[in-house]
Write a protein that binds this ligand. Structure first.
Ligand SMILES: [Zn+2]
Length: 73
């Protein structure tokens, strides 16, 4: 349900993302940092959030990719 997406959530809108954007899980506050990638999912360092696999989810709580929030710098 699109209505359920909170303001500030990524919500699948890749146009909001830059290659170096960091995003934070709104459930457990896990941060995805493109500079570090993701060991759990074997994502190489330097991979933008927008290029993560469709089935990627939070390595800490299995939260949906679309529930990540963009962190303002
Ligand atoms: Zn999480």
């Amino acid at each position: 349900m699109d209505d359920a997406i909170l303001p500030g959530s990524f919500g699948g809108d890749k146009s909001k993302l830059k290659d170096d954007s960091k995003l934070e899980c709104k459930i457990c506050w896990h941060v995805y940092n493109p500079d570090e990638g993701d060991d759990y999912w074997q994502i190489a360092p330097g991979t933008p959030f927008s290029e993560l696999p469709e089935d990627w989810s939070c390595p800490e709580c299995d939260g949906n990719k679309n529930d990540f929030m963009l962190i303002d710098k």
